[in-house]
Design a protein around this ligand. Sequence first.
Ligand code: HEM
Length: 132
Amino acid sequence: MAGLDAGLVYNEFPLMGGGFFPPEMGFLNPEWRNYLENIPVVQFVHRWLAILTMILIFIYAGRAILREKRSEASFKFLILMTFLQVGLGIATLLSAVYLPVAVLHQLGAALLVILMSATLYQTWPWASSDSA
Ligand code: HEM
């Protein structure tokens, strides 16, 4: 995203140029190059992969809290941070990469990796439920 300056095109959400898919979809040949070099497509994949990730994290952490009655704060932080991260991503896009927001968005990604590692460790079969 940042390397391609992909936050400087289609500064709108959720549509891209009036449609769900960007008009540039499939412009490059062979097809796979679009996912690495076609800037609007790279942005399209980034935004919807992020939304899918958010839904999966909500299901994972929601189940841990509601069904398995996990009380560790990390699960609540994970839900909060995921929500914030998607919001920061949209703000980065709508502001055409206003630097302080973009930096917070990158920091948020690092924090999410840490939170995800912590919660996965806590729910791993060999980790006892009362460890942290
Ligand atoms: C789970 C949610 C998300 C994560 C973990 C995430 C992660 C990242 C990371 C690590 C970067 C920097 C690396 C790179 O530029 O390739 C980045 C950049 C960016 N992301 Fe996200 N992102 C998420 C959601 C979103 C959403 C929903 C949007 C917009 C709808 C978005 C828009 C952007 C933009 C515009 C940039 C480029 C910023 C720049 O040029 O510095 N992100 N994202």
